[in-house]
Design a binder for this molecule. Structure first.
Ligand code: FEO
Length: 403
């Protein structure tokens, strides 16, 4: 069923209530998602993006109930990733001559995935396509989220179609941002940014500043996942400007895994030491083997300080800790202080290894870490509290103005 967005713009996408993992198994989506596709019915008719491949047949059938497919003049492929382009093969089978507008990189990704010679029309930044009295302006947006990504802006209605940017994985019957729970919405936007867009902070900042410099009025942002930003769309733009600027809250996050509880006890004693030294800071503790990896990454994204703990096992780390360290290395967090800790029985390499991986990930190591032999006794717990307290002192220097 279509939903009217504004004037002649209709949502014709798919709400995916079931989805719990995205990008294969990489990203948790506790609240499902949507694949937003929009039909713009001006003198000329444009279809902006499609849906994920498993819903291709259902999507095309429903689209046929809305419109004779032969009446679609233009298909706009803002982004070639399969969650938005996945229904193109089914659609293009029925209307093979319809032009597909995309970037030069869009042609590469679409051909690379579907191996079809569709009627591609390559567009560049600032190109325009007339729909009659209104125009689509194309805005290349590389790395938001792939090299092929672009936005398009509909004049007259002042609507930005932003593909992945400003989106969130949230299934809802209510299409608009003012109709959903604001807390859930913000949490999902933050998680989406932290886990997907963090590596592209500089591209996000550059593109938003460029868009602002165009002085185009902005009444709505139609993303390709989640809600349409109808009420004050500038709010999510402001959030992105903050999040892309090495965002931090007054928070220290401790992540660890433990075999026989020794490293857990260390984590909790370190947290106590931090609180004693710096009561204003919010300290959160997560066992990475038991928590949701993407929720934990969202917490790391918000943190000024991060402590990572693992016992030594087979001269290395527990795999859950190794896995999340690899993940955050790829995300490229900046301007965060860090330290490592862990218990050991005989060789004790883990702490040094975690420190090296944190440095590779762009963290500033504040010390050589803390390793304790066997299960911490009273003296060991005191050492952990002192370690936490020292870390908080380093953290305190940061919040008092150190770069
Ligand atoms: Fe929602 Fe990058 O695809």
């Amino acid at each position: 069923m279509s939903v009217k967005v504004k004037n002649n713009i209709w949502w014709v996408g798919k709400v995916d209530w079931e989805l719990r993992k995205f990008h294969g198994e990489e990203l948790s989506t506790h609240r499902g998602t949507s694949y937003n596709s929009y039909l713009i019915r001006e003198e000329k008719i444009a279809l902006v993006e499609t849906v994920w491949a498993p819903f291709a047949r259902e999507y095309v059938q429903k689209l046929q109930q809305e419109i004779d497919l032969k009446c679609i003049d233009y298909i706009i492929a803002n982004h070639g990733e399969i969650d938005h382009s996945g229904a193109l093969p089914e659609l293009m089978r029925l209307i093979p001559e319809t032009p597909v507008y995309c970037t030069a990189n869009g042609v590469k990704s679409l051909k690379g995935q579907y191996h079809q010679e569709w009627n591609f029309r390559v567009v560049k930044n600032g190109d325009r396509l007339s729909l009659g009295s209104k125009e689509l302006i194309f805005i290349e947006a590389p790395m938001l989220h792939w090299p092929d990504s672009m936005f398009c802006y509909l004049t007259g209605d002042n609507v930005l179609f932003s593909t992945d940017a400003f989106g969130q994985h949230l299934a809802t019957e209510k299409l608009f941002n003012d109709c959903v729970d604001g807390g859930e919405l913000l949490q999902e936007c933050l998680k989406y940014y932290a886990n997907i867009l963090t590596p592209f902070n500089s591209f996000v900042l550059r593109k938003i500043k460029e868009f602002i410099s165009l002085n185009l009025p902005l009444d709505m942002i139609c993303t390709s996942h989640g809600v349409v930003w109808r009420d004050n769309p500038q709010q999510i733009v402001a959030n992105y400007l903050q999040w892309a600027s090495d965002y931090q809250e007054n928070q220290i996050t401790i992540i660890y895994d433990s075999m026989w509880d020794a490293t857990r006890k260390m984590a909790e004693a370190i947290a106590q030491g931090i609180r004693e030294e710096e009561p204003s800071v919010l300290v959160k503790i997560f066992n990475v083997a038991r928590g949701d990896k993407n929720d934990i990454i969202t917490e790391l994204f918000k943190s000024k300080g991060v402590l990572v703990g693992s016992p030594t096992v087979n001269k290395g780390l527990l795999s859950a800790v190794a896995g999340i360290l690899e993940e955050i290395r790829g995300l490229g967090f900046k301007n965060k202080k860090a330290a490592a800790f862990g218990a050991y029985g005989w060789s004790g390499e883990a702490v040094k290894m975690m420190g090296e991986r944190l440095k590779e990930g762009g963290f500033t190591l504040v010390n050589d870490g803390l390793k304790l032999l066997w299960n911490p006794d009273e003296e060991g717990i005191a050492a952990c509290r002192s370690f936490g307290s020292d870390f908080a002192k380093q953290y305190n220097l940061t919040i008092k103005g150190e770069p």
